[in-house]
Design a binder for this molecule. Structure first.
Ligand code: PGA
Length: 253
């Protein structure tokens, strides 16, 4: 049981400005009190500033879905940490498996993105997770260990403690196939062990989210897991009714 969950809506490449507006209108009518959970919206870059305006006087936070590590310059199509901050975003997802699989993100580039976010005062949400092949070959823990050690290379323990971690098994993302509760607890435990091994103080206090096909029908069981501090939610966060239901359920635990 937790005092507070962290619920991150990863909207991926979904929602125009108009669609963001109608979502927030509807959502605000469904969530009438300040939720116990920390609720973070990560819309596409194109809607960050607009969403910041809509969320300004609410308890909801704003995050981006990626960040480039250079400060400025000839990097067509990229967005820096400073630029993200200027939209009002305070969080940023780093190393999502779709970035790793479709856009060539590696542990090394994840490391650079994390450093850029941290040095600009953005809180990174660092995603890690194994593919189905890696799980079948019983390599899950090695993969998670490698992603953490390489991704966090050269980052001070003080900064590592600021990061929110998200365990997202690649095979569970957007597939409707959620990881079993015991698998999730096992990997979350292991993440804490790796962090302990890196000498991170109080790694029991570090927030570790689960992501992958979480929805309003399966969240209840996951809320009972000891090792889970919250959720990174894709598809189910696109619908105001469903996301509100997830938030309401997280209040009841
Ligand atoms: P999903 O996505 O909830 O649609 O599986 C999760 C994520 O990609 O963060």
């Amino acid at each position: 049981m937790k005092d507070q969950y962290i619920l991150v809506a990863n909207w991926k490449m979904n929602k125009t400005i108009e669609e963001c507006g109608s979502f927030v209108d509807k959502f605000m009518n469904l969530i009438l009190h300040k939720p116990k959970s920390k609720v973070i919206f990560c819309p596409p870059f194109s809607a960050l500033l607009y969403m910041d305006g809509l969320l300004k006087d609410t308890s909801f936070d704003l995050g981006a879905q990626n960040v480039y590590w250079e400060k400025e310059g000839a990097f067509t199509g990229e967005v820096s940490a400073e630029m993200l901050k200027s939209t009002g975003a305070t969080y940023v997802i780093v190393g999502h498996s779709e970035r790793r699989q479709l856009f060539g993100d590696t542990d090394e580039s994840v490391n650079k993105r994390l450093k850029a976010a941290l040095s600009n005062g953005l809180t990174p949400i660092m995603c890690i997770g194994e593919t189905i092949k890696e799980r079948k070959n019983e390599n899950t823990l090695d993969v998670i260990g490698r992603q953490l050690k390489n991704g966090l290379d050269g980052i001070s323990n003080l900064d590592i403690e600021k990061i929110i971690f998200a365990y997202e098994p690649v095979w569970a993302i957007g597939t409707g196939e959620r990881a079993e509760p015991n698998m999730i607890d096992e990997v979350h435990n292991d993440i804490r062990k790796v962090l302990n091994g890196l000498g991170v103080d109080g790694s029991d206090e570090i927030a570790i989210l689960y992501g992958g096909s979480v929805n309003q029908n399966n969240i209840k069981e996951l809320l009972e897991l000891n090792e889970v501090n919250g959720f990174l939610i894709g598809g189910a966060s696109l619908d105001a009714d469903e996301y509100a239901s997830i938030i309401h359920q997280s209040e009841q635990i």
